[in-house]
Write a protein that binds this ligand. Structure first.
Ligand SMILES: [Zn+2]
Ligand SMILES: [Zn+2]
Length: 360
């Protein structure tokens, strides 16, 4: 913010920025409420609704059935394994007991124990049979589980096939829906952008500019948040085409503005030094000098060590002058001498009728 502005003007400029932002925020809030209340064009699409419903419900029913079968088989398999483990443990301990008993018997050679050998052998054999049976059970369940899993895989493959068959129709409907949503949003945003462009072009000098600026911020927000993310991609085509179009439009206007500016400067520089100097606004001149830029030609003010800069070396505009009454050096754009308070020579010239710049 320029230091040459009056204090209340500085505060006013800040407040006006705040006002612009508040206005933009209110417009954005209102806009999003309006968009929410509009009939929605983007109903969620599901791939499933493009598959033959009878076939789909049949295959899903089948998959549910098979999945619960697989779960049940997993549980039975766990049970069968537990049973087999416990039967194996029983057999191992019975076998160990029997082996020990046989060893002691061989050592003592007691004839009357033959019947007992037979009975104990049978007992171990019975336990062994239980182990065999539980192993057979386990294997049978494992086989069944494998088969059921294969059937489940087949059902999944079938579902995949149905989905793949439905995908082209789904994609085409989705593409057209994306395009519809985009057109709908474009219809809402484009008028805002056009109005904002008109405001920027025509209303920048208006004293109501802070309000127009709020609207411009709102339109830019709407463009970048409500429209750009909804650009249909089509493999990037639309994005790049829109990008190219934007660059062309912005480039065209920037180049035209630049050549208009150069033309204006050239015309200005053909006028007399005093005419040019007096046509520059007070605030603008002080702002540019503070930024070390010539207020006449907008080039950097050239300086040489030890030499006081009185003129712009590029356009010849007078930047400083000596006070007529005290000899102090002043900026030509200042109205009063900073040392003695006398009206500066340039401003005396300006107010003298014969030196008034001629109307071109
Ligand atoms: Zn200059
Ligand atoms: Zn003075």
């Amino acid at each position: 913010m320029s230091r040459s502005l009056r204090r209340p003007q500085q505060i006013f400029a800040l407040l006006m920025w705040l006002l612009s932002l508040l206005f933009a925020a209110a417009l954005i809030g209102l806009g999003s409420l309006i968009i929410q209340d509009l009939p929605s064009v983007d109903k969620p699409l599901r791939l499933e609704s493009f598959i033959d419903q009878d076939a789909l419900s049949k295959i899903n029913q089948q998959r549910r059935q098979l999945r619960s079968e697989v779960q049940a088989l997993d549980r039975s398999q766990q049970n069968a394994r537990d049973q087999y483990d416990s039967a194996s443990a029983d057999y191992n301990s019975a076998k160990a007991t029997f082996d020990n008993w046989i060893k002691t018997r061989t050592a003592t050679q007691q004839q009357e124990q033959n019947l007992e050998v037979l009975r104990r052998t049978q007992n171990v054999e019975t336990i062994k049979n239980r182990q065999r049976e539980s192993l057979a059970d386990l294997q049978r369940i494992q086989t069944e589980a494998r088969q059921t899993n294969i059937r489940l895989q087949d059902a999944n493959t079938e579902l995949q096939r149905l989905q793949n068959a439905a995908r082209p129709a789904f994609d085409s409907v989705r593409r057209s829906q994306v395009f519809k949503v985009f057109l709908f949003r474009l219809a809402l945003t484009l008028p805002l952008l056009l109005i904002a462009g008109y405001f920027v072009a025509k209303k920048r000098k208006s004293s109501y500019w802070p309000l127009y600026r709020g609207f411009v911020i709102f339109a830019l927000f709407a463009f970048f948040v409500e429209l750009v993310p909804y650009l249909p991609s089509y493999g990037g085509y639309i994005r790049f085409i829109v990008g190219i179009a934007l660059v062309l439009v912005v480039g065209h206007y920037a180049i035209r503005a630049m050549s208009r500016y150069l033309e204006r400067k050239k015309n200005e520089e053909s006028r007399s030094e005093s005419e040019r100097r007096h046509s520059i606004e007070y605030e603008t001149a002080l702002k540019k000098i503070a930024a070390k830029t010539c207020p006449g030609c907008d080039r950097a003010i050239s300086k040489t060590e030890g030499v006081a800069t009185f003129f712009c070396v590029h356009c010849g505009i007078r930047l400083r002058e000596k006070c007529g009454s005290c000899g102090e050096t002043n900026l030509t754009f200042h109205r009063f001498c900073l040392s003695c308070g006398e009206t500066t020579q340039s401003h005396k010239d300006k107010t003298t009728p014969e030196n008034e710049p001629a109307v071109v």
